[in-house]
Design a protein. Sequence first.
Length: 630
Amino acid sequence: MAELSISYFSGNGTETTYVSLPDAEAEPEMSRLVKAAPDDTAKMDAMMGWLAKNPRKVESAQIGGVDEATARRYAKALAAPTLSLSVEKLRGDWLAAEHAATLVDLDIDDISALELSALAELPKLRRLAIWAAKPIDLTFLTRLPALRELRVGGVDALVLPKLPRLETLTLVALTVADGGLAGATALTSLTLDGAALGKKPGAFPALERLHYEGQREEPLAAFFNGTPALKSVTGNLLNIPERATVSLDMLAPCTSLEEIQLDVRKLDGLGTLAKLPKLTSLALNADTPGVVDVVKLKLTGLTTLKAYGQLTVANIDKAPKLVELCVSTIDDLAPLASLPALERFQVHKGKGLSLKPLVGLANLTSVDLGYETRVSAKMLEPLAMRTGLTIYSKAGFRDAGELYGELTGRIKVPRQTDHPRPAFALKGTKGDPGCTASHSFGSPYLADGETWPVCGNCEKPMPCLLQLDLKPLEKWNGFLQVFYCTNKDPHCEVECKTWKGVGPSMHLRIVTPAPNSAAIAPKGLPKTKPQALTADEKASADLPGMDDAEELGVRDAPKEPKKGDKLGGWPHWLQGPEWPVCEDCSKKMTLLAQLQSNKAVAHQWGDLGYAYVFACADHRERLGFCWASG
């Protein structure tokens, strides 16, 4: 599958725009060209064509799923300082010749067929990410004077050459030979993502940050003997064998540690924390019981403490510098009254807790009681007068005073159910019921002597995409008609940007058919599949979706508007609200019909999208239309 993603500075040169296949939605004109293209290659060419006519300073480009010649052509045209390539059998001998002066960041998905000498001639290259399916000789890295950051994946028995300037190293799904990292003595940051270190990892005197991600083997205790400057150890060790226990004893030599953040299954060695005098941030998640005792473990200088899973805390009041405290459970909040610097507090299960001890904490801005906790007015009363304090509970994120007002009835709470609209589901059956009935692509009503509507783009007659009786909707009558050009040559739907609203390739109106009306289809009318439309006899109460509810002041909108084809109701937006506004009164229009691709109407909008037809309740000659891709 072809892949092209580009980020560049916008026309004013201050903001960054990101566009990518399959739609390039961030640039409407580019998106139009891309959507009209028949295949992936043509879509990529459309993106490049737009950029050629609208030059931009490209920051980064990601190219994949094409042959090397095509990738080379795109890369040369974009001249991005950051380039990512996913191309089979990439030789890359053109990289140095065409990008040596600009390339600072390069990511290559597979270098198995690459001429490695091509990478050795990139003097400005600062970051390199490579993946290899077989062992490779990495000595070419010594010829990259600006290289500071390296990411390597897939290599077996990795051995790095001497790289005294390398600062950041990421190893992914590979094994390291004994002493394989000895050449990277200046490292300050190391990430191990499913990587296995050799039994003799060597010394890293400058290393300050170590991060684990997706590890499948236990950390090497020997590794930490050679990291005297280590300040931060973070990561996820949940993938190591379940029988394995992670012991914090391995960190004893790292007396410069300031941060520990680890997710593990089995944990021991908590006593080692007492030997780390510079520790200020501690976050542990373990499935084995343990007590993080602030006094016994000499943690009185902590500013952040997070203890999850089966871990509990003790003597928390002896850590007066705490700014953030997060725990799974806590019986009493009284100790928190002795934490004057506390800004953020979280407990996974806060049911039944008294919040009174928090009253005197002037810096407190956030209290998270867990999504299962239902807060009562009595529980919240001590904090009712606080300003700038957010409470998280079953009611979501709420201002403390506002939530208290709602719970006590002093503030009326806008609810989703306050805004119902009747909606009638629409069903289609094959056949044309005639010009005085509801249908899609059937025979429309036209008054005597009236001319069949013609597309303003291709000047050909437009089929009646929709004729719908509005009688089921209160205070509405007549038939809604939507004439809509379906021609593909030219592609009027795209050229006229019908997703944005009413344009020359459509005609919308509300009419009242006369008895015994008849309309003769003109020559050149596109072939369509007519269906008779039937609305349910009984309406359902349709409620506004999250975005529309929020605009109405409703904070909690658990129910979605009805999906599928319907008459009336609220729109089920696929890509956010796109309400048209009446030209006469500037009010939002009312939804008359929602149409799902290839259901009651045999037409597809974008990628299985929805179309929406609107009208102004006060000026019914004003109608609106838009569609959104799925």
